[in-house]
Design a protein around this ligand. Structure first.
Ligand code: AHM
Ligand code: MG
Length: 324
């Protein structure tokens, strides 16, 4: 029998962390089904293209970035004490009586929108104890996340979540408006034969990344003694989803350019939630020098180098950094 997200939550009523986040998680799921519809119908509704504004990162916002952010805020503001979004410079005050924080990237990979390639929403739920500023509540290390997940707006809309023990994937069923459990207990094999990296940045990479990719490219003729395949969607949600389904590693390293000297991806609402999912599926997530989830954040929009996926492969990449 296929379980809906609501039924799954009921079936796991002894899982205290899941019960604690359940109302907010259902709010996020509701928002994601609305964002899926906004994305699918954007060209028909004249909601494609640039919004004509920049976000805090100095990146041009798409109309759908703004629409998705507004949908997520409207669906969750009453359910969390504070929200933080990639698209908004400061934290957004929520319901002062709530004890959770929601950190999210409303529409990740939005450079893919105009070409109808998969995009997604990434989110993280944290505890928001009384006291401390709203911003301080969001600046917790990834190890303290209560729940993390993403929605993938691809050929099917999916919601993939974890509360730390296992990763489960739900597919959105148009007819019923329900997310149905279709991919229970996703696991990442420890070894990999596929990597994902934006190779156009190669000349800017630091030496350990240069050495690792060079060894992969040599394939069975080199030290790795096997051929590697390569993928790059330029949508982190799609890359992580692929890794959860068929393995591999994903790298967005720091490089020598000023704007990416700490990597491109954001710690709180991209790296941390994905790292929690990947670890819960038996994989690993690292900066190359340390476990991603152990970083103590200092800024809402801080960037971080990201290497995640197959556990043995991530450990091997860390070895390239240790040699350097
Ligand atoms: P965004 O939050 O502005 O969409 O940027 C994040 C995206 C990730 O989904 C993806 O991994 C990366 O940027 C792609 O970067 P690049 O344009 O260098 O390929
Ligand atoms: Mg993003």
């Amino acid at each position: 029998m296929s379980l809906s997200l609501n039924e799954y939550i009921w079936q796991h009523r002894s899982d205290a962390s899941l019960q604690r986040v359940a109302p907010l998680l259902l709010g996020v799921a509701q928002a994601c089904s609305q964002i899926a519809s906004a994305v699918r119908n954007a060209a028909l509704n004249h909601a494609s293209g640039a919004a004509g504004t920049d976000n805090i990162q100095g990146e041009a916002q798409q109309k759908l970035d703004v629409i998705s952010n507004d949908i997520m805020v409207a669906a969750t503001q009453e359910l969390a004490r504070v929200l933080a979004s990639e698209e908004v410079e400061q934290v957004i005050a929520g319901n002062p009586t709530a004890d959770l924080a929601l950190v999210f990237d409303p529409l990740d990979g939005s450079s893919n929108l105009d070409v109808n390639i998969s995009v997604g929403t990434i989110f993280s739920i944290l505890s928001a104890p009384q006291g401390g500023s709203d911003e301080a509540v969001c600046l917790q290390s990834g190890t303290r996340q209560l729940c993390a997940g993403y929605a993938l707006y691809g050929p099917a809309t999916m919601l993939v979540i974890t509360t730390g023990m296992g990763v489960n994937g739900f597919t959105y069923q148009e007819e019923t408006g329900l997310f149905v459990l279709t991919h229970p207990d996703l696991r990442i094999a420890p070894q990999a034969q596929e990597f994902a990296i934006n190779a156009s940045n190669q000349r800017h990479w630091e030496q350990p990344i240069q050495a690792y990719i060079a060894d992969c490219l040599e394939g069975r003729d080199g030290v790795r003694e096997r051929d590697f395949n390569m993928r790059w969607v330029a949508s982190m949600v799609a890359e992580v989803h692929r890794i959860l389904l068929r393995g591999g590693v994903f790298l967005y390293p720091a490089d020598s350019r000023a704007k990416t000297r700490n990597g491109k991806l954001r710690l709180l609402y991209e790296a941390n939630p994905m790292a929690m999912l990947v670890e819960a599926a038996g994989g690993a997530a690292s900066t190359g020098q340390m476990r991603l989830l152990a970083i103590e954040p200092t800024e809402l929009h801080q960037r971080v180098p990201v290497i995640l996926g197959a556990k043995d492969e991530v450990a091997l990449i860390e070895g390239y950094f240790n040699q350097g």
